[in-house]
Design a protein around this ligand. Structure first.
Ligand code: SAH
Length: 385
């Protein structure tokens, strides 16, 4: 009869204190956890055999009880503009997505916090598939770990053949400089797993990202914004999308429970509590729905005088949607109305829409196994050792 194999602890799900406890339980000094994190997060190693500065018996005990397991890649697609989208396995029939958006001065990784979403925003394709489950801390952190490994480091300016060796030698910049929780799911509906993941992203011994380079985006779960303010200090983005409750009730149904005034109160509280610079308000541009100059003026009245930035997102269509993207001229006019009244406003450049990787297009479709295998061949999932 086969022996029952107890499930190994995935170290990607453990914060530093939790890892210290585990290391102590295995009979070593807690500070060994830092060495372990150094291997996992700074050097991207998932193999205990590599970790030669750890005592042999600790390595053996780790190998017997623990593992470093990244999400399994089902497919990788690359956009003509350099954006990459990974389809990751949640279980036999479910998948979630992660997107990397390279820009000249930074590389932003957009990660998921749930498989599907329960919030039911009318213009979002993730909403259409409904909610399946929360991602674990290890699955959230594992996305970043996987992307850092797959993308490698930015090549320094040397001839191509020498690039890899030189990158290793010079400690060239990691390609992932920013992380946004703007993929599938509502991160504040999964605080239990998201908060420890944030702490690993920020930990000096973890990914060591500055808190201003990690952004959590929420559709507006007001009580959870207050809870987050006690537990984390990352940058906050809020999906506002409408300047009045009647319209927001339609677009973002959670507004019926937590209307705009309450939501903004929670945002200003978050900034006070965490000494944050500003909240970014996302506003999807839907033709004839929320894009008139009068609506821009109403939006200014809501936010003027507060530490707020507005990010206008041209709507990204998906099959079956009843919405259309506002024309470019309407988006610019809307932005100008905000700027003229002293509100900071930018227009988000649409990236990766040719591979359905743009905002609101992530649906984590589960593709049939043959296509997956073909996808792997075509796109060549490159995992750097
Ligand atoms: N649930 C969180 C995290 C998702 S972030 C939230 O709502 O904030 C993804 C951003 O893309 C949100 O601002 C979301 O409202 C926006 N979005 C959703 N569908 C979109 C679409 N079809 N086109 C453009 N933006 C969209």
């Amino acid at each position: 009869m086969a022996a029952l194999t107890p499930e190994r602890t995935n170290l990607l799900g453990l914060t530093r204190p939790a890892l210290e406890t585990l290391v102590a339980q295995l009979g070593s000094k807690p500070f060994r956890a830092r060495q372990l994190m150094n291997w996992i997060y700074k050097r991207g190693s998932g193999s205990f055999a590599d970790m030669t500065d750890l005592a042999k018996d600790l390595r053996a005990r780790l190998a017997a009880t623990a593992e470093v397991r990244a999400p399994e890649v089902l497919a990788l697609r690359r956009s003509a503009d350099g954006t990459a989208k990974w389809l990751l396995k949640a279980d036999a029939s479910q998948a979630y997505e992660m997107v990397f958006i390279p820009e000249p001065d930074r590389g932003t990784l957009c990660i998921s916090s749930q498989v599907g979403c329960a919030l039911d925003c009318s213009f979002c394709s993730t909403a259409q598939q409904g909610f399946n489950r929360n991602l674990s801390t290890a699955e959230i952190v594992g996305q970043v770990w996987l992307a850092v490994r797959e993308l490698g480091r930015a090549a320094p300016p040397v001839p191509a053949g020498e690039a890899a060796a030189a990158a290793a030698a010079s400690g060239a910049e990691r390609q992932v400089t920013n992380v946004v929780l703007m993929g599938m799911g509502e991160p504040l509906a999964n605080l239990r797993n998201v908060v420890p993941a944030l702490s690993i992203l920020l930990d000096d011994f973890g990914f060591d990202l500055s808190r201003r380079r990690v952004t959590l985006s929420t559709s507006g779960l007001v009580p959870q914004i207050y809870r987050l303010a006690r537990m984390s200090n990352v940058a906050l983005a809020v999906s506002l999308h409408a300047p009045d409750d009647a319209l927001r009730n339609e677009l973002v149904p959670i507004n019926r429970k937590h209307p705009i005034a309450e939501l903004l109160e929670a945002c200003w509280h978050y900034l006070d509590e965490q000494n944050g610079r500003s909240v970014t308000f996302e506003y999807v541009m839907l033709a004839g729905v929320n894009d008139s100059p009068a609506q821009a003026r109403a939006l200014t009245r809501l936010l003027k005088g507060h530490p707020a930035k507005v990010n206008l997102i041209p709507f990204n269509p998906f099959p079956g949607t009843r919405y259309r993207r506002s024309p470019a001229a309407a988006i610019q006019r809307f932005r100008d109305e905000l700027l003229q009244r002293g509100l900071l406003a930018t227009i988000r450049r649409t990236r990766g829409d040719d591979i359905d990787a743009a905002c609101g297009q992530l649906a984590g479709r589960v593709i049939d196994r043959t296509t997956v295998r073909l996808g792997n061949k075509v796109f060549g999932v490159a995992v750097h050792p």
